[in-house]
Design a protein around this ligand. Structure first.
Ligand code: PBG
Length: 331
């Protein structure tokens, strides 16, 4: 590199001329093995479409057979489960009941596809009538999340998920100390082999809108800004990850993904030795779907570009509602 490299000696377009040459120098790639498909399972009779997530459904337990067989046939390696219980209460009891919606779903899926990797979202928001992600108290005059009381419930929840057959747990509530607490709870029950995928840097994002329709968990009072991160903060995301690493997280995560590629990049640069996941969230899916349906963008090309950009930024794997479609395209 001693000689000054410049045009006309250097022509960047040389490597772009032949399509095979372009393939050879491609730096990032996307494969079905990078994708995890999130599933919504509701205690109901029939599947119900989610209007803001076209193509996706709240599935009943009986729908799982067909859905899981499709996922397996597409060679998608893993699913992430969200449960919508029949009855919500103030302490999310369904989430740690041995007969809860998630526990039933896990047992069914394990019978249908024993080798599919089953991850569960560990949180209370879908199970609480107030839709916040923990135990709330109102002693300060406004709704406040009681951090350490919440940890107790998360401990119960992970143990019950794993007893039902979950392979991986993913605490998603941005509750301080959750990773360490859940790690201890699992280890004390003989589950030291179960990995924790931590939603380490999860932002208080408006891109979660359609998800809240999907799981019927938009908080009526207040928002999630006292536990999820301010979208303006990047250094703080790195600090969140550092804490999770110290508490024993096996995989870190940045969420949402597309608008936070800089955070993905920073986290990967800082913790290259840890696997990093990205979550392409419901609002990212909905926007691409809407523009695609209108013919304003080429949906397939935009989806593939959005996902490879996450890989380029540093994500090792991606949670995406497009997983099934992408798996079909990549075949
Ligand atoms: C919390 C949780 C949320 C999402 C995943 N886990 C919602 C929230 O924190 O408000 C959002 C996922 C998405 O928008 O696709 N259990």
């Amino acid at each position: 590199m001693a000689v000054q490299q410049q045009h006309p000696t250097v022509r960047m377009r040389r490597l772009r001329h032949h399509p095979v040459m372009r393939d050879l120098v491609r730096e990032s790639s996307l494969s079905v093995n990078d994708l995890i498909f999130p599933l919504f399972i509701k205690q109901t009779e029939d599947r119900a479409p989610i209007s803001s997530l076209p193509g996706l459904f709240q599935l009943s337990l009986d729908d799982l057979e067909q859905e899981i067989n499709e996922v397996v046939a597409l060679k998608i390696p893993a699913v992430l489960l969200f449960g919508i219980p029949l009855h919500k209460d103030s302490v999310g009891s369904d989430s740690y009941s041995d007969n809860g919606i998630i526990q039933q779903a896990i047992k069914r899926i394990k019978k249908i596809a024993p080798d599919l990797l089953l991850m569960t979202d560990v949180s209370l928001c879908e199970y609480n009538d107030h839709a916040h992600c923990g135990v709330m108290n109102e002693k300060t005059g406004r709704m406040d999340l009681d951090n350490d009381a919440t940890l107790e419930l998360l401990n119960k929840q992970v143990v019950s998920h794993v007893k039902a057959g979950a392979d991986v747990v993913a605490p998603s509530g941005m509750i301080d100390g959750a990773v360490g607490s859940v790690r201890k709870a699992l280890d004390s029950q003989g589950f030291s082999h179960i990995p924790i995928v931590s939603y380490s840097a999860k932002f208080a994002s408006s891109f979660y809108g359609p998800f809240r329709e999907a799981v019927e968990s938009a908080p009526e009072k207040g928002d999630r800004k006292s536990y999820q991160m301010d979208p303006a903060n990047g250094c703080e995301a790195v600090r969140e990850c550092l804490l999770d690493v110290n508490e024993g997280a096996d995989v870190l995560m940045v969420k949402p993904a597309g608008p936070y590629l800089d955070v993905i990049y920073r986290v990967k640069q800082r913790f290259p030795e840890l696997p990093l996941a990205a979550y392409q969230v419901s609002g990212e899916y909905a926007m691409i779907k809407a523009a695609g349906a209108n013919g304003w963008i080429d949906e397939k090309k935009v989806v593939l570009e959005s996902l490879v950009a996450m890989k380029r930024a540093g994500a090792d794997f991606i949670f995406s509602y497009f997983a099934k479609e992408v798996a079909g395209w990549l075949r």
